[in-house]
Design a protein around this ligand. Sequence first.
Ligand SMILES: [Zn+2]
Ligand SMILES: [Zn+2]
Length: 171
Amino acid sequence: MHLGVLSIGRTERELIDEVIDKLSSFFTFDVVYAGAIDLPTSSFNPDRKQYFSPAILKTCRYEALKLGFEKILGITPADIYTSRASYIFGQAEFSGKVALVSYFRLKDHDPVVIAERLIKESIHEIGHTFGLRHCRNAECVMYFSKSVSDTDRKDSSFCKRCRGRLDGHIR
Ligand SMILES: [Zn+2]
Ligand SMILES: [Zn+2]
């Protein structure tokens, strides 16, 4: 099992490398850099000045198939939204191939804090691709973050129950 981390738009390479590093030591499967692409122009909504997340996920899916990755995590600095939410930290295909995280709303003056938040939301979205749903435990990484304070409060790992479910999904 290989998970590729795809840079989408003008990301900072250091941040991407740090996420790859943390994900590699956290998960039992390989996590590698999958390259960099531009934000798909079709995803930009000029009225909202935001990017439509499902359109970016579609591009991620295309890249995953093209590059031969079982799963792809896209990382973008762009402000993303869906038809149901005015902004999101991330989105993933449930029990699927692709996940996407944005750090537009995870900003802080301290780059260490940004990296921590981004790693938590990355693990969260990857969890969805393994069929994990939101968890009611506010300390579990699968807890749904409504705001960055939720992200800061939760842990960067799965609670016992979510971990058990995840292990059942990873071969
Ligand atoms: Zn979620
Ligand atoms: Zn949990």
